[in-house]
Every structure is written in C-alpha cells, then in structure tokens.
Design a protein around this ligand. Sequence first.
Ligand SMILES: Cc1cc2nc3c(=O)[nH]c(=O)nc-3n(C[C@H](O)[C@H](O)[C@H](O)COP(=O)(O)O)c2cc1C
Length: 440
Amino acid sequence: MKALPTAAALLRRRTHRPGGSSPGASLLLGRLFSMAPPPLSVESEENADYRLCHVADQRSALPEDGPPPPPPPRVAAEESPHRAMNVEWRVERAWEHWRRLGAPKLVVAPMVDNSELPFRMLCRKYGAEAAYTPMLHSRIFSENEKYRMTEFTTCKEDRPLFVQFCANDPDTLLQAARIVEGYCDYVDINLGCPQRIARRGNYGAFLMDNLPLVKSLVEKLAFNLRVPVSCKVRIFPRLEDTIAYAKMLEEAGCSLLAIHGRTRDEKDGRKFRADWAVIRAIKDSVKIPVLANGNIRHIEDVRECLEKTGADGVLSAESLLENPALFSGYRTGEWVEGLEEANNGGLDQADLAVEYLKLCAQYPVPWRMVRSHVHKMLGEWFRMHPHVREELNKQATLSFEWLHGLVGRLRETGARIPLYLATHSDAEESVRVGAAQDPR
Ligand SMILES: Cc1cc2nc3c(=O)[nH]c(=O)nc-3n(C[C@H](O)[C@H](O)[C@H](O)COP(=O)(O)O)c2cc1C
C-alpha cells in the first residue's frame, strides 16, 4: 500500500503551488493532523502565555526535521505592486474581504494553548463568527515540522480563521505565513504580547519600541501574501502615539486592526479595565475594519462595546475560557446579579466540558491544552470540590475515559453550575449583535 505523505510534506508541497489551496488537501491535512497527541506532562494551567513561548523556545533546540520549506513563487501580484501601494484601493479591498467573510463581529481572541482547534470549534458552535489560532512562533514554525504539526491544526469548517505569528524578521515571518496562507483568512502579527519571554525574544508588544521594524513586517506580508495581513496591538500610554501607530499600520498594508485597549504595562486584565475610548479614537482615525478587545464578559458587554467604540467586532479571551457559549448569550452566574430576570438556559459548564472533550477526540491536540480547558470550564466546581481538582493535578497521564469519569463524579455530587440567559433573551441579543450589517 502506498504510504500517505506526512502533513509537513503536504505543507511543503502546498508552498510550491502558486494557485491556492485545494479543499481536498485541506481536509487531508486536517485528518493527518489528527494524530495522537504527544505524551502528557503535568503543568499548572496558569500563565499559559509564558509557558507556550517557553515550550516553543525549547523546541527550537530540537534537531530539525529537515530543511525549512522552500519559499513558493511570489504570489501577491494578482494586482500590480503600484496598486497595492495605493492606500484607498487597499482599504476598499480590506472591506471587500471582511464582507466576503460575513463581517464577523464575534471573534475568539488568540490564546496560547487555549484557542486551539477543538476550542475554536466549540465557540463557533455557540455563536463565534471567527477565531484566531494561538500565537505561533514564526521562526520555529518555519523550521520545525514537529512544532507545526502539534501547534497548528485546522479543518474545513474552521473558518473564518486568523493565524497569528510573533516575529521580528520580515523574511522569516513571510516564510511561516506562506505555509498557512491557504488555510486561513488573515495572517495576523502579534504586536501585543507583554510577557517577559516576548521582551527577551523581542516580539509582541516590545516591537512598539521599534516601529520601523513593525512597518517592515506588515509591508512584507501585505506585498507578498495572497491573504490580507491583520495586526493585534496594545495601546500606548499617550493617545496621539496610539493613533499615529494605527495609521502607520494601515499605511503599511494592515487590512484589519484588533486593538487590546490596555497598555503594555497593564498586564493584569482583572486589575486594569480596557480603555474603550481609545479604541473609539482609533476607529475614528483609520479606515480599515477595527476589532475591539478587552472587558467582554457577556453578551451585553458586546453590545455596549460595539456602541461605545464604533468597532466592527469584538474579541473575547478569558471569559470565553470559562464560558465558551458567551457569544450565543449564555452567561455565568457571576453576571446574573443585577439582571431583572434571568433563567437557567438549560446548559451548564459540565455540558460544555463534555462537548469540548468530544471535539478533542475528533481533533486531537496536546493534552496540556485539554487539561488547561478542563481547569477553566470546571473551575467553579473545583472551587466547591477542591479534592477533585487535586486528583486532576495528580493525574500524570490523561485519557478521555478518565476525564469523562471526572465530570461524572462531579455530577454525582448533585451540584450544577448552570449558565443563564437573561429573560429578554440574551440569545436574541446575540443574534442581533451578530447579524451581518453593512460594516461601514
Ligand atoms: C490564556 C491566554 C493566552 C493568550 N495568548 C495570546 C496570544 O497567543 N496572542 C495574543 O495576541 N494575545 C493572547 N492573549 C491575550 C488575549 O488575546 C486578549 O488580548 C486579552 O486576554 C484581553 O482580552 P480579554 O479581556 O477578553 O481577556 C492571551 C490571553 C490569555 C488569557
């Protein structure tokens, strides 16, 4: 029998093909990527940002699995570079692309170890209209097959998709981006990671100190990729600096800007509120689509954020981890107080955890990601029954059977952690917010 090509071989081949992705290859890629996850190690669920970057750097020390994929022929030039340099024309193209995707308003934010394929699919089922991958390290991604295979998986239904990279070298970024461009709708540059590892690696929010480099990263992708480039940024302490930054990104060829309304030093999202007024000011200063990020905890926040910022959509991160059904109007008990009426929506966090586990069986990912989600989705229950959390922490090797058993044991305690819908129907609200409107 003829051996199947490896996923990386497929990826390499894809980079040779100038005519775009084939759906067949994409599906096969998804299946090939659905290989057994690597063995599990026990890790805390905290500080995921830091950990993955760290894992990524360790992986770079592994022997490489062959030479990096050769760059494909230059493919940007559907149109001449002169046209691509015309900002007005590019802005128009940016909106056309955004509309073609259905003008997605409800978006799963990039999360290291947490916005992986099964989680994205769960959020999509419950209202998310687009999603980001976790941040991928562009150099390691372009050099290391193992890293590509474990850290980036997708499937046909996983669209619209933003694939996010951190980078500080335009050629390396382009090389990584070309590998995924057939499988996504935007290649995103992480300009917002504030962690120490990003300072050491000189990427993420630390590139705010080197704007010419940021400009060259954006231009490199904008002129050489077939998919548009998007950027996710944090704000500067001074409004005028943030506005100048946003305009520079737009001029460099960024087609969509996601703004996390906190500065690089405001790392703790619980301590610092995101500044929606700054997002409004940026939205009013640039012409490309803008997504607002920060302070989205339930569907009413979405409505309010869109109204106050004028943004074209929102990203949510931490709150989705606890409640992946947020975008379809479900809210955790924490956000029910103060509502005139709310009803038990008939869904609880354990139901979502079980759905997530089933998706993981369908789309395997490293166990560290599964563990992290189980901790977050069942966090309330673990607070009531800390010994069950300890059992999970002690479990060096996980299996789906064991995890389903854990949920079963928690259910046997009789406790439920329901999700609620406001009686004037948060769900209706979510449909309204999510309904495609003319984005301009
Ligand atoms: C576990 C976790 C991992 C994250 N990883 C990334 C990442 O890979 N790339 C990125 O741009 N932001 C990352 N972030 C930041 C989020 O995308 C988002 O900007 C931030 O959490 C603010 O949104 P929120 O208030 O809805 O949580 C991460 C956040 C969390 C909680």
